[in-house]
Design a protein around this ligand. Structure first.
Ligand code: B12
Length: 452
């Protein structure tokens, strides 16, 4: 039923749509004036979100996004590359495979040598991590240690930097694919995008792809992945997404030039429909290359060259503070709501037992009363903290503050634990993080300790 409604809605949107523009991600053409100006807005926003160090919360992610979409706008590149080199050295041993892949691709995109970036051989580091991706916890595994999204990024990084992936990597990717064509235990569009792009890059490698068996394997995997992504197209109000708003950029790039799917321009149009004021660097950096219609596969082009960035604008000083201000003075309600403000009540519950069912008992439940309507979940949590009813900690990431500890219990990230944010009424996972999600009146939100 859901699918019938969705297909019907999309056909309606297609037939009602007055805009029939073509987008670079769909037709390989160039951006029109409106899209060009939106790309500029995205880059400008990234420049506002730059830290005093001249880096970003995820420096290589942002560098890669700008280099692929509007290279000349990356003013202050030298200072950013210095910061990026230092950050990389500081976190090389502790960060995940995907971030190291970001370093390699950002370096390559900036016409630096990933084999010797400030004395570090990033490619060698990726190869070393690749060795135990399918062998950990003392046994052979089907899902890579760093999971498919990051594994896909790593294969892309190696491939665009001219490294030869072997039969072993190809077979592992093909065997890891779910029957519906997706990758990942949640059949994720995001994971599928990254693995599909990785496969597409490998398909340009001569040596291994010359073998008919491998060619067939890759072709079959690609066909199944395309069909999964196409079946993930859905209508959301006036928008069309492949998965959701945040997986659509990756999907458009993964499908670029290999699939002639009808909703491409609709999805690209929805993606290019402005910039939400509270969007973080993660989303912005991922959207930029998709608006330009240029994936990381472009980096493989021997013609890839860099231009001198624009001069630093007069008076520009990067000064973004990523920590949201959560002062009790701003959050605690007075006796009556201020003019124009409506109060809502939000219930927060906590489940600390891994694998617990949503209907099982909660370790904590409380009602946060008189929350300003439109405030974020994080503000509601902070309001409860100001009243001494709730404790939590967050860490800053490229998608904003991520909830790391709740009611005194820290998620053990080394063992892939995280605090999942769930709507206890619908049992659905919240689509946005605590720093952006705005709860509604009487909504019941559950912090559920989970693994991924
Ligand atoms: C892997 C992943 C996770 C892992 C992260 C593991 C880790 N800490 O290392 C887990 C499973 C824990 C996770 C959790 C969540 N995720 Co998530 N995640 C991803 C995914 C698929 C890849 C991220 C990645 O590895 N990038 C590569 C590295 C190199 O880049 P990075 O910038 O360093 O990535 C960091 C951030 O992405 C961060 N992160 C991941 N997810 C989220 C979500 C939020 C809200 C925040 C603040 C940070 C964050 O973890 C990464 C490592 O530190 C992205 C997809 C995408 N398109 O980006 C979704 C994605 C970022 N996640 C999303 C969401 C919604 C969530 C949850 C809120 C879901 C939920 N309701 O519980 C929770 C966060 C809850 C919390 N405690 O705050 C959305 C964010 C949408 C948005 N604009 O806010 C995305 C874009 C998926 C999507 N298409 O909707 N996620």
């Amino acid at each position: 039923m859901f699918q019938i409604v969705t297909v019907f809605q999309i056909s309606l949107l297609l037939s009602c749509s007055l805009v029939s523009s073509a987008y670079p991600a769909c037709d390989g053409g160039s951006a029109d004036a409106a899209l060009e100006s939106l790309i500029d807005d995205h880059v400008d926003r990234l420049m506002e979100l730059r830290l005093p160090s001249w880096g970003w919360v995820n420096t290589p992610g942002a560098v890669l996004g700008i280099q692929l979409s509007k290279m000349q706008s990356l003013f202050g590149l030298d200072r950013t590359l210095e910061t990026m080199a230092q950050e990389m050295k500081d976190e090389l041993d502790s960060t995940n495979l995907g971030k190291i892949a970001h370093y390699a691709m950002a370096t390559k995109a900036s016409c630096q040598n990933p084999r010797n970036f400030s004395g570090v051989d990033i490619i060698d580091r990726i190869w070393k991590r690749m060795r135990f991706q399918f062998r950990y916890e003392k046994m052979s595994q089907r899902i890579p240690h760093d999971r498919w999204y990051r594994y896909g990024l790593a294969v892309q990084a190696l491939c665009v930097c001219g490294e030869e992936l072997t039969r072993y990597h190809i077979v592992r990717m093909a065997r890891g694919q779910n029957d519906d064509g997706s990758w990942g235990d949640t059949h994720s569009v995001d994971d599928t995008n990254q693995v599909l792009l990785a496969i597409r890059c490998i398909q340009t490698q001569k040596t291994v792809v010359n073998r008919p068996y491998i060619r067939r394997l890759l072709r079959n995997s690609t066909i199944k992945a395309i069909s999964f992504l196409e079946s993930s197209v859905n209508a959301d109000g006036d928008d069309v997404w492949i998965g959701n708003k945040y997986s659509t950029p990756g999907a458009l790039l993964a499908l670029q030039d290999i699939s002639d799917f009808a909703e491409c321009n609709m999805a690209a149009g929805s993606m290019s429909n402005g910039l939400a004021p509270d969007e973080r660097i993660g989303a912005i950096s991922q959207r930029l290359p998709a608006m330009r219609g240029r994936s990381v596969l472009t980096l493989k082009d021997p013609e890839w060259t860099c231009v001198t960035p624009d001069p630093i604008p007069d008076g520009y000083v990067p000064n973004y503070d990523p920590e949201p201000s959560l002062e009790c003075d701003d959050l605690l309600p007075g006796a009556i709501p201020p003019p124009g403000v409506t109060w809502i009540d939000v219930r927060l519950s906590v489940q600390k037992t891994l694998g617990a069912n949503i209907n099982d008992s909660f370790d904590l439940t409380l009602l946060v009363e008189n929350v300003n309507e439109g405030n974020t979940l994080l503000q509601a949590m902070a309001q409860a903290r100001c009243l001494g009813q709730f404790q939590f900690e967050t860490v800053i990431t490229s998608f904003g503050p991520s909830v790391r500890s709740v009611d005194g219990l820290q998620a053990d990230t080394m063992n892939r634990q995280y605090w999942s944010l769930v709507d206890a009424g619908t049992e659905k996972s919240l689509p946005l993080g605590a720093g952006r999600y705005q709860p509604s009146d009487e909504q019941h939100i559950l912090f559920k300790l989970s693994t991924w």
